[in-house]
Design a binder for this molecule. Sequence first.
Ligand code: AMP
Length: 566
Amino acid sequence: MTQETGSFAALGLSSPILHAITKAGYEEPSPIQAQAIPIIMAGHDMIGQAQTGTGKTAAFALPILSKIDPQRREPQVLVLAPTRELALQVAEAFETFASQMPSVSVVAVYGGAPMGLQLRALRQGAQVIVATPGRLVDHLSRNGDLLSSVGYLVLDEADEMLKLGFMDDLELIFQALPAERQSVLFSATLPHSIRAIAEQHLREPQHVKIASKTQTVSRIEQACIMVHADQKANVVLRVLEVEDFDALIAFVRTKQETLDLTSALQARGYKAAALNGDIAQNHREQVIESLKDGRLDIVIATDVAARGLDVPRITHVLNVDMPYDPESYVHRIGRTGRAGREGKALLLVTPRERRMLSVVERVIGQKIDQVQLPDAAAVLQARISKLQADLTPRMQAPNGQHKSLLERLTTTLDCHPEDLALALLGKLTEGMAFDVSGIEREYPVQEVTARPERNRSFERGERVERPERGSRERREHRGSPAMLVDQQNRVRCRTALGTRDGVAARNLLGAILNEGGLARDAIGRIQIRETFSLVELPEEGLERLLGKLKDTRVGGKPLKLRRYRE
Ligand code: AMP
C-alpha cells in the first residue's frame, strides 16, 4: 500500500477496498469521508449533510463494501437515488470500489429501461442494488421479498427524492426492508420532512456535516465557468489560450488526472508537469524550482501534493475539479496572489456541482461571478494577438542575415515574398486552426444551459413554471447570448390523473424524468386539475418518449400520457 492511502487505512477499511482506492488514485479522504467512514464502520446509523462534489458517494460506499459478505449472493445493500443519472453514477462508483472483490456485483434499477436485464441481475444474486424509488416499487410488486436480506440502506440526495414526489414509494420500500439494518441518509439540506423520515426510520443516527468557518479571500479575482464533466480538458485548453498567465497551478482530484492533463498540455507545447502524492520528494522540489525559475509554466496538482507550495510567479489558479469543501477552495486559491500580488482563480463547475458552488460562496461570503467559457472567436483572437506579439519585435529590429536569405530564397524558388510569408506562417502555426470553425473542431465544447429554477417553484405549490424571463435577464446581464429556452418547441400532453387521484406536480415530474430519461429542463409547465393534468414536453422525440412512458404508473394508476389537442 502506498503511503498516501495511509490515512484511508487508518479508517479501518478492508484491504480489497484500500487496494481499489489506491487504484482509483485517491490520495487522502475528503473531510466528509474522514468523518463518515468510522461511524459507518462502527455500525451506527448516520445522517450526512453533504452535496455532490464532497466525495459523499465514497463516504458510504467504501465502509459498506468493507462490511458486506461477498460470498453471500443476495441483496445486502440498497442505495436509493432520486434520478437514474445519479443511480448510474453511484452504481459505477460501487463497481470501481469493488474492483478487487470479484464476487460482488452491482445492479442499477431505474425506470425507462427494460425490466428483464434488471430482473436477471437480481436473480443472479447482485449484492448491491442502486435504485430509483419508482422502479424499485415496480420490482417489489412482483417480488415482495426482494429486499428481505438487505442489511444496509442508503438514501442518497434524500431532499431531491422528496422533491420529486417519491415519499409514498419510500414508505413502501421501508415496509419491505428488514427492521434490523444499518441506515445512512445523505441530504444537502435537512428540511422538516427529511428530519421526520430520519426520526421514524433511522436508529439514533449520528450527524455528520462539514463544519465551515467563514473565510476571507482578498486580492484574488474569482470567477467560475459552467462546464460538462466530460469536456473539462477542452475547456482547460481554451482557457489557457485566452488567459494571460505567468505561471499557473491547476487542481484535479486524482493522480491519474494529474498525469492525463499534463500529457494533454505537453502535447500542445505547454511547459507543464504533474505534482501528486506518488512523486518523490526530490522530484517534487525540482518541479517547484522549475516553476519558480520559468522552466515550467504549469503544474497540475492534487490538493495533497500542493500543500505548502509558495511560488510568487503563480498568477492563476485553475480549479479543474471542485474542491471537497470551502476550506480547501480557500487554500487552493491562496497559491496565487502571493507576496501582495494580484491573482486570478477560475473554477470549473459541472451542472451537478452547482450546490457546492453555493456552499463555497456562502463560506467565503462573496459571490463568484459566472463567466462564459471562452468561445472559438476568443481563442482565435488570442492566437492572432500572440502571433503579433511574437512578430512585432522582430519586425522592428530586422536581421540582416534574414534579409539576404529572403532575397536568395525568392530568387531560387522563383516566388514572390508574399508566397514565402504564407509558407512560413503555415510552418509557424502548424496544427493550429486560425478560423472559428477549425477551433470549434479542435476543442469541441458545449455550453451548459442555465438551469430553470424549478425546484423553488414547485416547493411553493403545485404549479411548475419556468422563470424564463428571470433566467434570461440574468444571462444577458452576464454578457452571454440569450439562449432559446423559451423558444424550445414543446407540446402539451394530457393525462387523466389529477388531484382527485392524489397526484401532484412533483409526482408527474419524478415519474417522467426517471421513466422517460429526460433532462429536468426539458419539461415545461405542469398544470394539475381535478380530473386531468397537462404537461409540456419537447416536441422532438415525443412519440418515442410517450412509448417509453406507456406502462408508467403514478400513485399506482396508469399515467397514459397523450398529446393534447385543444
Ligand atoms: P461525489 O461527491 O461522491 O459525487 O464525488 C465527487 C468526485 O470526487 C467523484 O468523481 C469521485 O471519484 C471523486 N472523489 C471522491 N473521493 C475522493 C478522494 N478521496 N480522492 C480523490 N477523488 C475523490
